[in-house]
Each structure stands twice: as structure tokens, then as C-alpha cells.
Design a binder for this molecule. Structure first.
Ligand code: FMN
Length: 355
């Protein structure tokens, strides 16, 4: 099981081709209403097989609550939610038991677990395990909503094509607009250009990476803590629980590191009632503690490891160099489906800090 959280504890279990996978949540408050249609719509945003940009594996991703939720309301008892794996084609992975895919976890799973590893569909390392993470994240979002805190995300880039960025204070409409679209971007023209990049990669039996911008609005100032207790660290830890994530930056991030203090510092202002900053290069966090501005971060997602092009690998049984062409159903770009997953981990990290 994968564990996350100090107060709001989350454990994810299962593998890509196990009969089911799921999530257990401890310390989730009682009395939170879980809108089952809203949950289904959120799961649909991540689900595979819905368009030309994702794998053809078609899963309903129906969520069954085994405990902790009665008549759509949380009881305070530990929550266990399960999702059955139904569209399984394990034979697609037979070759991969001996020849690890470059950039996937096949090789490191072999180093750690030897021949006991479950290689089918990427086993526990599969992007499929982000489905139960989304269930937990959706619940956390309902909890945050009651406190006026909202989470949204959009595709920030695919290949070298970049979307617009969130505005300074991010009104709710702007925050949630991308999540209502089939291709979650702020600027649809840029979105079309990104889709072309993905389809081009797919036509060439290749894949492409990108990035996701996420924001949390309505967070009061003063949430988080210094050093290892900081909100940045908590979000980063949760973010690296998503397979294919290779980096994270807050606010101006790495580009801010090349600037002068006079350019990167956010001027502090007041309207007589509250304190705000004129820019948000800090991404809403200073010293690990929120400053009342939206928390804004971007996550880098690598190109999908499984590609149809021939790649160099080895036969583990023969200890010989060989070539691998990956068959089966894979996303040419992980980024669109990962957008709700990033919202989910942000909600979990923030809820864990607030409880
Ligand atoms: C939503 C989602 C879908 C994914 N789909 C695939 C896929 O179809 N094929 C693939 O090779 N990797 C896919 N991945 C990525 C791999 O699971 C990941 O690269 C692998 O486990 C190695 O982990 P790492 O990239 O974090 O080192 C997906 C990841 C996510 C988040």
C-alpha cells in the first residue's frame, strides 16, 4: 500500500490487472456530503478510452464505497473505496516480463522484487492507480469546498506549445473552466495546437510530455509550517505519488531563479482591510506557510514510456542486448488525463495541513 498524509491518512492499493484497486482514508471528518454524480464526472475526466489522446483501454471506473460512507454522507469511520479492473488484456504484457520498457518501472521493479513482481499492465506502477487517488482527492475537495477553498488545474504545455497562465487572483469561473472542457486548457486555440502535437507523436508511434498548472484559491493566510512541515513539501511529496511526474515548481519557480530580487520579490500591499501582493511569484507560499494569495504550482510530466517505436533494451533471462517494440494500449500523452489527478493530490495535501 502507498501511504500519504499525517492527519488525513490515505492508502492506495491494487495493481493495473488485479481484480480491483482502491483507497482507504483515515480521519476523514463525518457529515461531508459526497455527490455521486459529481464524483462520477470527476472520475470521467481521468478515465481512459474517451478520446484519441488516450489509451483505448476502456474502464467504467465505477466507485464502490465499502465503508465510511452511508447514503452519500461520510460517517467519520475509515473510508474504503474500491474500483474494479474490467478491461484487462494481460497477454499484451507477456514480452515485458523479460524485456523491460525503457523509462517505465519494469526494470526497477525487477531489481527490487525479482520475478515475483506483477509486470501485467505496469503492476502497482501503472497510471491506473491514479483512479483511487482521484476518489480520495474528490472527497478532500468536498471537504475544502465547505471552507471556501477551491482547487483547479489546466494543461500548461504539451511539447513546446504553452497555454495561457492563471490570472493573479483566479476567479472561480476561470479556475474551473478548463475542467469542464474535453481538453482542459484556458486558451482553446493553444489547446488545438497541443492536440496536433499529440496526434503527430501518435502517428509516429511516439509519445510527448508536458506540464500542468494547478491553483488552490480561498486558502487563508497562515496554513502550513516551516521547514519539513511546509505546504510546498507536502504538495511535492503528494505530486511525486503520480507516475511520470518529474518535477514541480511553485510560483515563478525555476525561471524566477534566474532573475533579480527586485524583479522576483512580490510587493506587499493593503487596501486597508487585507494584505495582498501585487504579483504572485511566491506561488502563495513563503517559508512553507500560505500568504493568502492563491497557491500556484506547475508539474512536469515526462513523455509516456511505452511507445511503438523500436527501442534498445535487454533480455533479463538471457542477459543479452535486444530491441523492444511496445504493443498494447498506451496514452500518446499522459498530460490531459493527469489534470484531475493533480487537482486530487493538491486537495489531499492541503486538507492534510488543515485538519
Ligand atoms: C494517468 C496516467 C496514465 C499513464 N499511462 C501510461 C501508459 O499508457 N503507458 C506507459 O508506459 N506509462 C503510462 N504512465 C506512466 C507510467 O506509469 C510511469 O512512467 C512509470 O510508472 C514509471 O514511473 P516514473 O515515470 O514516475 O518514474 C501513465 C501515468 C499516468 C499518471
Amino acid at each position: 500500500m502507498f501511504h500519504f498524509g499525517n492527519r488525513l491518512q490515505v492508502q492506495v492499493f491494487g495493481q493495473s490487472h488485479s481484480p480491483a484497486m482502491g483507497v482507504v482514508m483515515d480521519n476523514f471528518p463525518a457529515g461531508i456530503h459526497i455527490d455521486s454524480e459529481g464524483l462520477a464526472a470527476f472520475m470521467e475526466r481521468r478515465a481512459p478510452g474517451r478520446d484519441a489522446f488516450s489509451t483505448r483501454r476502456r474502464e467504467p471506473d465505477a466507485v464502490e464505497f465499502l465503508s465510511g460512507v452511508v447514503e452519500n454522507v461520510t460517517t467519520g469511520a475509515p473510508i474504503c473505496a474500491m474500483i474494479r479492473n474490467t478491461d484487462i488484456r494481460s497477454q499484451d504484457y507477456d514480452k515485458l516480463a523479460d524485456i523491460p520498457r525503457p523509462a517505465h518501472a519494469d526494470l526497477t521493479a525487477y531489481f527490487k522484487y525479482g520475478n515475483y513482481r506483477d509486470h501485467r499492465g505496469g503492476g502497482e506502477f501503472s497510471g491506473r492507480l491514479t483512479a483511487p487517488l482521484c476518489v480520495a482527492g474528490y472527497l478532500a475537495m468536498r471537504l475544502l469546498e465547505e471552507k471556501g477553498i477551491r482547487v483547479g488545474a489546466h494543461i500548461a504545455s504539451v511539447g513546446e506549445v504553452f497555454d495561457d497562465v492563471y490570472s493573479l487572483f483566479i476567479p472561480e469561473e476561470e479556475l474551473h473552466a478548463p475542467g469542464k472542457k474535453a481538453f482542459p486548457v484556458l486558451n482553446d486555440e493553444k489547446g488545438l495546437a497541443m492536440q496536433e502535437v499529440i496526434l503527430q507523436a501518435k502517428a509516429e508511434a511516439d509519445s510527448v510530455g508536458g506540464s500542468i498548472e494547478c491553483a488552490v484559491t480561498g486558502l487563508p493566510a497562515g496554513v502550513g509550517g516551516s521547514s519539513f512541515e511546509g505546504l510546498e513539501g507536502r504538495i511535492a511529496l503528494a505530486a511525486f505519488g503520480i507516475p511520470a511526474v518529474k518535477g514541480i515548481e511553485f510560483g515563478s519557480g525555476f525561471s524566477g531563479c534566474g532573475k533579480r530580487g527586485s524583479e522576483n520579490n512580490d510587493a506587499i500591499r493593503t487596501d486597508g482591510k487585507k494584505i495582498y501582493t501585487e504579483t504572485n511569484h511566491a506561488g502563495g507560499i513563503l517559508g512553507g506557510i500560505t500568504n493568502g494569495m492563491p497557491v500556484v504550482f506547475r508539474i512536469g510530466i515526462k513523455p509516456t514510456p511505452s511507445i511503438g517505436k523500436a527501442q534498445k533494451s535487454v533480455s533479463l533471462s538471457r542477459m543479452e542486448n535486444t530491441e523492444l517494440t511496445v504493443q498494447g494500449r498506451h496514452d500518446p500523452c499522459i498530460v490531459p488525463r493527469a489534470v484531475p489527478v493533480v487537482e486530487a493530490i493538491a486537495a489531499l495535501a492541503v486538507a492534510d495541513c488543515l485538519l
